[in-house]
Design a protein around this ligand. Structure first.
Ligand SMILES: O=P(O)(O)OC[C@H]1O[C@H](O[C@H]2O[C@H](CO)[C@@H](O)[C@H](O)[C@H]2O)[C@H](O)[C@@H](O)[C@@H]1O
Length: 341
């Protein structure tokens, strides 16, 4: 038995199992992913089990003062965008579709699809998801969008650098065979844990525990770790009741955002306003990039106030849809569909 501590989320705003080294302090409010590198944690026994932590984005905070509603601040937002070209980045699960138990049934509504289609007519729009790109495309079904699947490790642009051909960018392609092997091993190892589910997202793998009895979360995390022990080039992160296994490369949704801006030929322009909407920890990488660039802003989708690199908030996908509607309406009224305000 190895020695490690697992931190499991509180019931109210639950979203992950975090495995740490014994003695390691995981600040309850840390907005940054608190795993030690996988290698350091492997080989240490379980010491302690449940500890409450807010997880899906940053730690929980007491009010929305830091991240006011993007609907409430809509006038301010559009005034910020005066003379600028808006570029939209949208996460999928929990942002465009509600969180549901079965990941294969996380459909977006027709109304949401229509809202995204309308937005994409007016602004370049990308979907940035942890899902396999084909899978997220099968949910969204809008060919005119840009898609970044596998947490940005699988990017498809309708056009690239003003050329006409669709282009693919897959910085982790060498990991494909390894991910396949690991996905099968994980499925085997976790089969006996009722409710668990392994989802092969092509360049990464998700191990879901939303439907696993809480008493077995640690057992599941241990099984995952035991598989990963033999794959030091992979790392473990987590999202909303899901453990995510992915290549240890310097690539995330933030890097994908920058890549997409570059491929749109908009990277160096001061008159570009990227807006990223997302609900999960992995979206924080993109929010952070926008903060660091001092360009555009992030919108966190969450029912509870959290620490986040986002600037604004929306409570749930229905509010995301309202926001998209307002953006379209405002643009139509102000610019008659021209790409600049
Ligand atoms: O980046 P995202 O598009 O938000 O993808 C992150 C994970 O999303 C999916 O899992 C989440 O949504 C499921 C359906 O609502 C839910 O059952 C699960 O508990 C959530 O974690 C997707 O299935 C994962 O592969 C992605 O990693």
């Amino acid at each position: 038995m190895t020695k490690q501590s697992a931190v499991v989320p509180e019931a109210v705003a639950p979203e992950a199992v975090v495995v740490t080294q014994p003695g390691a302090t995981v600040p309850a409010s840390s907005p940054v992913f608190p795993y030690p590198p996988l290698k350091a944690a492997v080989g240490l026994p379980i010491k302690k089990f449940l500890q409450k932590q807010e997880i899906s984005s940053g730690g929980r905070v007491s009010s929305w003062d830091e991240h006011p509603s993007a609907l409430g601040m809509f006038e301010e937002i559009v005034s910020l965008s005066k003379g600028k070209k808006i570029v939209m980045f949208l996460d999928y699960d929990g942002t465009l579709s509600p969180i549901v138990d079965d990941p294969d049934r996380a459909y977006m509504s027709k109304a949401m699809r229509a809202a995204v289609r309308d937005v994409a007519k007016l602004f370049p729009t990308a979907i940035v998801s942890g899902r396999c790109r084909d899978k997220v495309y099968s949910f969204v079904r809008l060919a005119e969008l840009y898609y970044a699947g596998s947490h940005g490790m699988d990017i498809k642009c309708p056009k690239f650098n003003k050329g006409n051909k669709p282009a693919l960018f897959q910085p982790a392609s060498e990991f494909l065979p390894m991910i396949d092997v690991v996905s099968k091993l994980l499925a085997e190892k976790t089969r006996a844990i009722r409710g668990s589910r392994v989802e092969n997202n092509r360049f990464c793998v998700s191990v879901h525990f939303r439907c696993v009895d809480e008493k077995r979360w640690v057992e599941l995390a241990m099984q995952v770790r035991s598989v990963l022990h033999d794959f030091p080039k992979l790392r473990l992160t987590h999202g909303r009741k899901v453990l995510e296994i992915r290549p240890s490369i310097e690539w995330d949704k933030g890097k994908a955002l920058e890549f997409l801006l570059e491929s749109l030929g908009l990277s160096d322009s001061n008159d570009v306003l990227p807006v990223y909407i997302g609900d999960d920890r992995t979206d924080e990488d993109a929010f952070k990039v926008l903060r660091e660039r001092g360009q555009g802003f992030g919108i966190l989708v969450s029912k509870v106030p959290k620490e986040s690199h986002a600037t604004y908030s929306l409570q749930e996908p229905s509010e995301v849809m309202d926001f998209l509607h307002r953006l379209v309406e405002w643009k139509r009224l102000s610019g008659k569909g021209h790409p600049r305000v």
